[in-house]
Design a protein around this ligand. Structure first.
Ligand code: KOT
Length: 790
């Protein structure tokens, strides 16, 4: 083997050897899972030498580091083979031996160490940085349990543990030599790193994702020299290892759990110590630290990096406070991913005082320093500048003050940050604020998940440059009226729809019609994303057909995929409600040939790869101003699904690129919401919009059974009475219902003219160039990190 070649003999011999030593089996007798593991280990052997070389190439360069509590990586095997450009060869070799590559691929557990958009963005960024030859290293936590596995029991979500490394993890290298200790007030914990290679497309640059696992100190030492106190070591190990035991399955609210705070400090301190140790090997002067390091904070979860870096620089490296502050702010940068007030992290001062008293003192000093700075500049210091306020620490404000850059993730989101949510801060530090519209990697979300469309694009563009330069898709625009091309595009869409139908048949036990419109909403379950709006629409359609069995309906398959945070009662109620609607619709013979509802179980990255390519319609229907960006919207677009959506997040930019006439925009805009908010009364649409009352009332009139959980009554109350601190229908579902229904009509009419529909779909593919995470990463690298390419 060598270069980008994988020869037959070597591959098979190496696999055989792996199977013998690790499974005590011959190729003949080995299971598919065992073969998957053997193959992956062989691929790792292929990666390893390039990995080291790549690292050496960047030895003296400035490098960037991504600090994130989440990485939603998904599967690695096929992605690595594709990026190494040996997938076809390997597939051929294995198939000649009677193995089915796809079956081996399906053996891999998703590495699902994240909740949703924020974690998946981190994964796309790593892929893009490696591909674009930027030295970007990811730091995070090696959770033993990733995001829970979702099952439905009688329509209710049930969570099961995700022991993703149970059968081993061929993609990680344990680095015992680089373990560090993390000091809490009354506990010392060992952080043990595992490195995963991030192979750039073309294998030129291979970066690293370093994930920390927590261990007790005694247990760690026992193995080597201290052979006493097994009992004590065991207890300590249990306590320490709890830190990296499980990902918090919460995508929206801060639970305020002390263990979560421990997780944050654990990985942030370990990562910064790691950088400092490495720096010391070749440098002495820590006043130069920022010239070699750019550290991006993925939301505020790693915001404790501000005081921790101050601590390390002032106490361990003896910089003055002033020098340390300059280095810290010049090194760090912060990305905000949400405007949802309840997701803005705040920590009770007491937690910090108890767990991290030294860090608390530093935060307090930072807080005071800002007040002095404001006083000196003659600026009053309103509440918004009190980093410590009412006994809690505002992590977003600490992050803005302690870094040189704060960015939002779509134009609208950044503008709302600047002009509303963080207006005071923007007025104080206008130069710090900037936008970095999110993106996705076309390697996973087109090349891997839709090889058929990839091939067509490559043929039409006369090359596969688009794989590393998505703007090339512009070149597809000229085929927008080309019937032959559109027919081939249509054939591919149909093929992907058949494949999804087969998968859904097997995994959900539902038969769907590949000729129907696949109308898909896949994302975390949250009230603001308004899965309930789509459910009401389906139910309204159902009743109309019942009222008038002759009513025409172009056959449609409504597909949902979503996990709800286990403690988010109302989101779980929405899941149960959709599953009830699904049962009603799917079991009614009158709906045959008209509609079906699917709620895929355990929606995850590997399932998403099958859904996006098969979609006809992308549902992006969040309340305007609530979705920071969205990234699923971009994956649909790239695979040729027009959007039905609101003017929210990156939808606005998507429509700008693909053309408003090729998408279906509806509903209130941010300005509309602001102007009606105070006077809005959902009873008005509830009473006045034909059919709306009927569907809303199914929540409480006995149509559906929530088994006395009170879930449906709670949903009803949230819509019409308000609950907690929210006014009734806080997310304007009832207000937007009519326009959504009207727009869905337009979708149906447009789809009847399938040729014309494919033109719209094509315009979306051709316009998707902007939404590559390669572009996003270039912007971070140039505008925030000031990196050179390798
Ligand atoms: C969760 C908890 C606290 C703070 C932020 C979050 C968060 C935000 N988690 N995911 N997001 C999403 O991030 C994506 C990537 O930027 C966005 O596309 C999406 O709109 C956010 O909801």
């Amino acid at each position: 083997m060598g270069g980008n070649k994988m020869d037959r003999e070597t591959l098979l011999e190496k696999m055989e050897a792996r199977l013998l030593t690790e499974a005590k089996k011959t190729m003949e007798k080995a299971s598919e899972k065992e073969k998957y593991h053997a193959l992956s280990k062989v691929v790792m052997e292929e990666i390893a030498p390039n990995w080291i070389q790549s690292e050496e190439r960047f030895t003296n360069s400035k490098k960037a580091y991504y600090l994130s509590s989440e990485y939603l990586m998904g599967r690695a095997l096929t992605n690595n083979l594709i990026n190494m450009q040996i997938k076809e060869q390997v597939e051929e070799i294995l198939e000649a031996e009677g193995m089915e590559f796809d079956a081996l691929e399906e053996q891999e557990e998703d590495a699902a160490l994240g909740n949703g958009g924020l974690g998946r963005l981190a994964a796309c960024f790593l892929d893009s940085a490696a591909t674009k030859d930027y030295p970007l290293m990811g730091y995070g936590i090696r959770y033993q349990y990733g995001i829970f596995k979702q099952e439905f029991n009688n329509g209710f979500q049930v969570e099961k543990g995700d022991d993703w490394t149970r059968d081993g993890d061929p993609w990680s290298v344990k680095r015992r030599d680089r373990a560090v200790t993390v000091q809490f007030h009354d506990e010392e914990v060992v952080a043990l790193p595992y490195d995963m290679p991030i192979v750039g497309y073309g294998k030129n640059t291979i970066n690293t994702l370093r994930l920390w696992e927590a261990h007790g100190k005694k247990a760690f030492d026992l193995e080597t020299f201290n052979r006493q106190d097994y009992q004590g070591a065991l207890e300590e190990e249990i306590k320490a290892s709890a830190i990296s035991k499980v990902l918090y399955p919460d995508d929206s609210t801060e639970e305020g759990k002390i263990l979560r705070l421990k997780q944050q400090y654990f990985f942030v301190s370990a990562s910064l110590q790691d950088l400092i140790h490495k720096y010391k090997e070749t440098h002495e002067d820590f006043r130069e630290f920022h010239r070699f390091h750019a550290i991006q904070l993925n939301d505020t979860h790693p915001a404790v990096a501000v005081p921790e870096l101050m601590r390390l620089l002032t106490t361990e490296e003896e910089l003055s406070w002033e020098d340390a502050w300059e280095v810290t702010t010049k090194t760090l940068a912060y990305t905000n991913h949400t405007l949802m007030a309840e997701a803005l992290e705040q920590w009770p001062v007491d937690f910090y005082k108890k767990l991290l008293p030294e860090i608390y003192e530093i935060i307090h000093r930072i807080h005071n320093q800002l007040l002095v700075e404001l006083r000196d500049r003659g600026i009053s210091s309103p509440e918004e500048f009190q980093i410590i306020h009412h006994d809690s620490i505002k992590m977003a404000w600490l992050s803005i003050y302690g870094t040189h850059s704060t960015n939002g993730v779509a134009e609208l989101h950044t503008n709302l940050l600047k002009n509303i949510e963080l207006k005071h801060w923007y007025d104080l530090y206008p130069d710090r604020f900037n936008n970095k519209t999110n993106g996705i990697t076309q390697r996973r979300w087109l090349l891997k998940s839709n090889p058929e469309l990839s091939e067509l694009i490559t043929e039409l563009l006369g090359g596969d440059d688009w794989v590393v330069n998505l703007e090339k898709l512009q070149g597809l625009r000229k085929y927008g009226e080309d019937e032959k091309v559109l027919e081939r595009f249509d054939d591919i869409k149909r093929e992907k729809k058949r494949e999804l139908a087969d998968f859904i048949q097997i995994h959900e036990d539902i038969t769907i019609d590949p000729e129907s419109i696949y109308d898909i909403q896949i994302k975390r379950l949250h009230e603001y994303k308004r899965q309930l709006l789509m459910a009401f629409y389906i139910l309204d359609r159902y009743y109309r057909i019942k009222d008038n069995p002759k009513e025409e309906m172009y056959p449609r398959t409504f597909i949902f995929g979503a996990k709800a945070a286990p403690g988010y009662f109302r989101a779980k109620g929405i899941i149960k409600f959709i599953n009830e609607v699904k049962k009603l619709v799917n079991e009614d013979p009158d709906m045959r040939g008209k509609m079906k509802v699917v709620f895929v179980e355990n929606y995850r990255v590997s399932y998403a790869e099958k859904l996006f390519p098969a979609a006809d319609l992308s549902e992006q229907i969040s309340t305007a101003g609530k979705e920071a960006s969205g990234t699923g919207n971009m994956k649909f677009m790239l695979n040729g699904a027009p959007t039905i959506g609101t003017y929210d997040g990156a939808n606005i930019e998507i429509v700008e690129e693909a053309g408003e006439e090729n998408n279906f925009i509806f509903g209130l805009r941010v300005e509309d919401i602001e102007s009606i908010r105070e006077s809005y009364d959902p009873k008005v649409p509830y009473e006045k919009v034909a059919g709306l009352k009927r569907v809303v009332d199914t929540l409480v009139d006995g149509t559906f059974d929530d088994e006395n959980t009170g879930m449906f009554q709670d949903l009803y109350d949230a819509l019409l009475k308000g609950a907690h601190w929210h006014k009734p229908d806080h997310y304007f579902i009832l207000q937007d219902f009519e326009d959504y229904r009207r727009t869905q009509r337009q979708v149906e009419e447009a789809y009847r003219d399938r040729k014309n529909w494919m033109k719209k779909a094509w315009a979306n593919v051709a316009g998707a160039g902007k939404f590559s995470s390669d572009r996003t990463i270039e912007q971070y690298a140039k505008e925030i990190w000031e990196l050179q390419k390798g």
